[in-house]
Design a protein around this ligand. Structure first.
Ligand code: ADP
Ligand code: MG
Length: 265
C-alpha cells in the first residue's frame, strides 16, 4: 500500500518533499533548483517579491504545474513523471495524481467557490463526488468545519452574498473537507479589503495551533513571523535564505532578504 505508514526504524517521514525542482515556462526559467521539506506540524512560509516563483513552487507541490526536473514526494510516495514529448514533463499516472491531490488542500487568492452552489454544497462537493463519502457523512463533517471557520450561520447562502473574508473562510472549509494531510495557501488574504484580512488570518492561525502541516505564500510579514516555524525567502527562482523566522526576519545572511523583510517607512 502506498500509504504514509511509519516505517519501522526510519526517522520521521516528511509530509512534503521537493527536491531540486526546476520549472520553466518556455524560455523563462522560473524555478532554478528549489528544495523544501515539511514534516508533520510544520508551517512553512514562502516569501519574496512578486515573480520570484512562490506560486509556481506551491503549484508544483500539487502538480498544478509539472516541474521539468526534480522530485516531489508526498508522504513516502514519489510522484511519477514522464516526458510529455514536447520537451517538458507530465504526470505518468493519473490515479496517483488523484490520490496525491486528495492529500493536499489548496486555498487560492481568489476564493474560487462555485457561484451556483451554497456554502455547504461547496464544502461537500469533493468529499461526495471525488472521495465517495456518503452525503450524510459529508454534511456532518462540513457543518463541523463551518463552525470551525465561523460560517455555520451562512451555510445555505450563495457565495455572492458573502464578503470576501467569508468567501475565503468558506474556501478554507472546502479545502479542509477532503481531510488533507497538508494545506497549501497562496496569498489567501491578498484579494481582501484590509478590514477583512484579520478574520482569515485568525482561521489560519487556529489551524497552525492545531498542528496542521501548511505551506503558506504570504505578504503578511508579521503573520509569517508569528505563525511559521520555517521561512523561505525566494529570489528569482532560488531559495535565497531560509531558516527559523527569528533568523530570516531578524538576522538574515542575504542583504536582499534583509531589505525585503525590513518595513519601509
Ligand atoms: P510569485 O508567486 O512569486 O509572484 P510566480 O510563481 O507566480 O511568482 O511566477 C514566477 C514567474 O513565472 C513570473 O515571471 C511569472 O510571470 C511566470 N509565470 C508563472 N506562471 C506562468 C505561466 N503559466 N506561463 C508563463 N509564465 C508564468
Ligand atoms: Mg504568486
Amino acid at each position: 500500500m502506498p500509504e504514509d505508514a511509519p516505517q519501522a526504524g526510519a526517522s520521521r517521514t516528511p509530509v512534503v518533499q521537493l527536491d531540486n525542482i526546476h520549472k520553466s515556462f518556455g524560455l523563462l526559467e522560473v524555478l532554478k533548483g528549489v528544495s523544501l521539506t515539511a514534516h508533520e506540524g510544520d508551517v512553512i512560509a514562502l516569501i519574496g517579491a512578486s515573480g520570484s516563483g512562490k506560486s509556481t513552487m506551491l503549484r508544483c507541490t500539487n502538480l498544478l504545474e509539472v516541474p521539468n526536473s526534480g522530485r516531489i514526494l508526498i508522504g513516502n510516495e514519489e510522484i511519477r513523471l514522464k516526458p510529455d514529448g514536447h520537451g517538458a514533463m507530465s504526470v505518468a499516472d493519473q490515479k496517483q495524481l488523484q490520490r496525491i491531490r486528495s492529500r493536499l488542500g489548496m486555498v487560492f487568492q481568489s476564493f474560487n467557490l462555485w457561484a451556483h452552489r451554497t456554502v455547504l454544497e461547496n464544502v461537500i462537493e469533493a468529499p461526495v463526488h471525488v472521495l465517495g463519502e456518503s452525503k450524510a457523512e459529508a454534511i456532518a463533517h462540513a457543518e463541523q468545519l463551518l463552525h470551525k471557520v465561523g460560517l455555520y450561520a451562512k451555510k445555505d447562502v450563495y457565495p455572492a452574498f458573502l464578503s470576501g473574508g467569508q468567501q475565503q473562510r468558506a474556501a478554507i472549509a472546502r479545502a479542509l473537507a477532503i481531510r488533507p494531510k497538508v494545506m497549501l495557501f497562496d496569498e489567501p488574504t491578498s484579494a481582501l479589503d484590509p478590514e477583512l484580512v484579520g478574520e482569515v488570518l485568525k482561521v489560519i492561525r487556529d489551524l497552525a495551533a492545531e498542528g496542521r502541516t501548511m505551506l503558506l505564500v504570504t505578504h503578511e510579514m508579521a503573520f509569517a513571523r508569528d505563525v511559521a516555524n520555517h521561512v523561505m525567502y525566494l529570489y528569482n527562482g532560488n531559495v535565497e535564505e531560509e531558516g527559523p523566522p527569528q533568523k530570516v526576519f531578524g538576522n538574515p545572511n542575504s542583504e536582499r532578504c534583509r531589505q525585503f523583510v525590513t518595513p519601509r517607512q
